[in-house]
Design a protein around this ligand. Structure first.
Ligand code: GAL
Length: 674
């Protein structure tokens, strides 16, 4: 047993190595930690526990992290069925989610939270198993009482004073301590580079066309969208654009896309970006095949060779090809598919790679390193990108990519949204299909309050007007998303600068001892509500102030939990309640939305004017703006405006004033406060 002595590296951030030879994911991804942002935005906090230790057992390193028996844990990893993880045993490895939260997931980041206001991150690329507070050591100081099943109530749970984790090799252990779980997550995200700076167009409407489409099919599809007034921002091309996919050539199919440059620029003229699907397995038909071969592993996937993404040379070959063939002609980003598994679709665990790294390490970092490679390629051109990826790891907060999968359960997609905020990534509950018009609308609505509003018609060629009877509602839903652009852009600014996820599980904002202190809310008077919020996934926060309570298909009425504080109805502006459960009804055209008292929500009208919606009697807010597509904000080309309002006799008086940056507030024609 070795006690681990953690040293402070930023306000409330501590670290130690379990041995000399650490080779963590963060060092591979090489994002710059935003230490200053941690120190400037958050207060210091002491180590939340004493007595963390490690031991070597066989070829494994074990880390034992003390906990109080009453602590609640969330994570590690992206989950789809529940948020809290006490007593779980999680075998973390990058994989396509197979229906249970057992650790095999798209984002198996070894980072978990405690509602005592801290997070622990064990930085290793290897597979790692977590025992979330149910393992009782014989040398425990406070072992749980033995129970007797033959007498009275009995429980199989044996609460333990440790979370334990085991893995091969050594790791860097980090503790992110703060006043709340939210602060712990924010510090973790900032340490991983801060939240993604996504382009404005990324917050618009995405549509992925049928995989067999050629250039004319795509152009015709766009015409149809125009005729029906569905304002597109991004077209996604699926596997069929490649001359070969599964494995991939990364080259345009000459029959389908004879003049890719003309194709991409004709879309750009309409303000529509092109996003390209790819997987990471290289076809013999690819021009880069011979060049990349020496940097690939011993086993193929779908008969394609697998680049060792931990090697710079492999990444460079791909980045150069992508730049020349795609980025230079105006392609805006990628959907990096299939980098997650399943086992039978990936290389075996005994695959050898030229870097000498284990197959586990390559597998767990494939998605994040591919993202970083693409990010860097655009960064060099001073361009922001936004795309999709099916696997990620530590460092993903900074990556402008959303995770997605094929499970298509409404409920699980909703849970994914909440869970992503606990594990430092973005999740998109894309729309693909529906059994009923109602389901169709409800799915679009969930997407409006997510990092990406996307229809994915890759398999069925579906259009937004699939159900005539709700075509108008879907169109309005898309417009609603677009009107929220200034608010959502603010939320991503806060993600980048303060590490606060744009879409958040309720437990981040409203539960845990620390968060009560932070927000001035007191849950002690409403224990039922507190309990419910611990594992709530069916309502969540979007940006600073909006609480989203999606209606599920088939649901005419639902229960919502209003945390303590003042809440207002989005639509009527009327006071809705505080610290109580409500049974609500909501017509199909609306998403149940509640806004914090004092909030100012900037929205943009069709005519380009800015409307700031003000809730309660007085309050304040901000508006961040920049050019929306470059990194010029780093040189002061942005505007940060402070806003405030008071409401008297029903009339709102508002103020907006630029306080930082030498940029501009977009060409908003007029500003009004309501
Ligand atoms: C799936 C992916 C889909 C679609 C398809 C194309 O793996 O999740 O969204 O891209 O591949 O083959």
């Amino acid at each position: 047993m070795n006690s681990l002595s953690l040293k402070k590296i930023a306000a409330g951030v501590y670290t130690a190595k379990t041995g000399d030879k650490t080779d963590g994911v963060l060092s591979l991804v090489a994002n710059e930690p935003k230490i200053e942002a941690i120190n400037n935005n958050y207060s210091d906090a002491p180590l939340p526990f004493d007595g963390i230790f490690t031991e070597k057992v066989g070829n494994k390193t074990v880390v034992c992290i003390p906990r109080n028996l009453s602590e609640r844990h969330y994570g590690p990893g992206l989950r789809f069925r529940s948020l809290a993880t006490n007593f779980s045993v999680l075998h973390m490895r990058c994989d396509h989610y197979g229906g249970s939260d057992n650790g095999r997931t798209h984002v198996p980041t070894p980072f978990y939270l405690s509602d005592a206001g801290y997070g622990v991150f064990i930085d290793t690329p290897e597979f790692i198993t977590f025992y979330m507070g149910g393992t009782v050591r014989t040398d425990a100081k406070n072992p749980p009482e033995e129970q007797n099943r033959g007498r009275g109530p009995w429980s199989a749970d044996t609460p333990s004073e440790f979370v334990e984790a085991s893995f091969e090799g050594d790791a860097d252990v980090y503790v992110f301590a703060g006043e709340s779980m939210l602060e712990a997550v924010a510090k973790f995200n900032l340490f991983c580079g801060g939240g993604a700076r996504i382009p404005k167009w990324g917050l618009g409407f995405w549509h992925r066309t049928h995989t067999q489409f050629d250039e004319n099919d795509v152009k015709n599809e766009i015409k149809l969208f125009e005729e029906r007034n569905f304002d597109l921002d991004v077209i996604g091309l699926e596997p069929g654009w490649h001359s070969n996919s599964y494995p991939c050539s990364y080259e345009w199919d000459e029959q389908r896309f004879p003049d890719p440059k003309e194709f991409v620029s004709s879309l750009l003229k309409k303000d529509i970006r092109v996003n390209l699907w790819e997987n990471l397995f290289v076809s013999k038909k690819a021009k880069i095949y011979e060049e990349i071969m020496p940097f690939c592993g011993s086993h193929k996937v779908w008969n394609g060779i697998v680049p060792d993404f931990t090697l710079e040379k492999a990444r460079e070959i791909i980045a150069n090809q992508h730049k020349k063939e795609h980025i230079d002609i105006g392609v805006s980003g990628y959907k990096i598919d299939e980098c997650d598994g399943y086992d039978e679709w990936l290389f075996p665990d005994h695959t050898s790679f030229p870097s000498g790294r284990s197959a586990a390490a390559v597998r767990n970092t494939l998605g994040i390193l591919a993202q970083k490679n693409i990010y860097n390629a655009f960064r060099k051109e001073n361009k922001r990108t936004y795309g999709l990826v099916r696997a990620s790891a530590a460092g993903s907060a900074m990556m402008p990519f959303c995770i997605y999968n094929d499970c298509y359960s409404f409920e699980q997609y909703l849970t994914g949204l909440a869970s992503s905020s606990l594990t430092g990534c973005l999740w998109v509950p894309e729309v693909r299909d529906a059994q009923t018009p109602e389901e169709w609308v409800r799915r679009f609505q969930m997407c409006v309050f997510s990092p990406m509003l996307m229809l994915n018609a890759w398999a069925n060629g579906v259009k937004p007007w699939k159900f005539k009877e709700v075509e108008d509602t879907v169109r309005e839903t898309v417009r609603f998303r677009k009107s929220l652009l200034p608010y959502l852009y603010n939320a991503f600014y806060t993600y980048a600068e303060k590490g606060i996820p744009p879409f958040r599980a309720m437990c981040l904002d409203f539960s845990g001892t620390g968060s009560q202190k932070r927000s001035g809310l007191d849950h002690t008077e409403s224990p039922y509500e507190t309990l419910r919020l611990f594992d709530t996934y069916d309502q969540y926060m979007a940006g600073d102030s909006i609480m989203v309570c999606p209606m599920r298909p088939g649901e005419k009425t639902r229960k919502i939990s209003l945390p303590a504080g003042e809440w207002y109805d989005w639509y009527t502006g009327e006071y809705a309640g505080s610290g109580e459960m409500l049974q609500i009804e909501c017509p199909l055209e609306k998403i149940p939305l509640y806004v914090k008292g004092g909030a100012m929500i900037p929205t943009v009208e069709k005519d380009g004017s800015l409307t700031v919606r003000c809730y309660g009697n007085s309050g304040s807010g901000f508006l961040y703006d920049d050019d929306g597509e470059s990194f010029d904000f780093e040189n002061g080309k942005y505007a940060y405006c402070e806003m405030s309002f008071i409401k008297e006799n029903g009339a709102v008086t508002g103020k907006i004033e630029k306080t930082r940056g030498d940029g501009f507030v977009s060409e908003y024609k007029a500003v009004r406060f309501i």
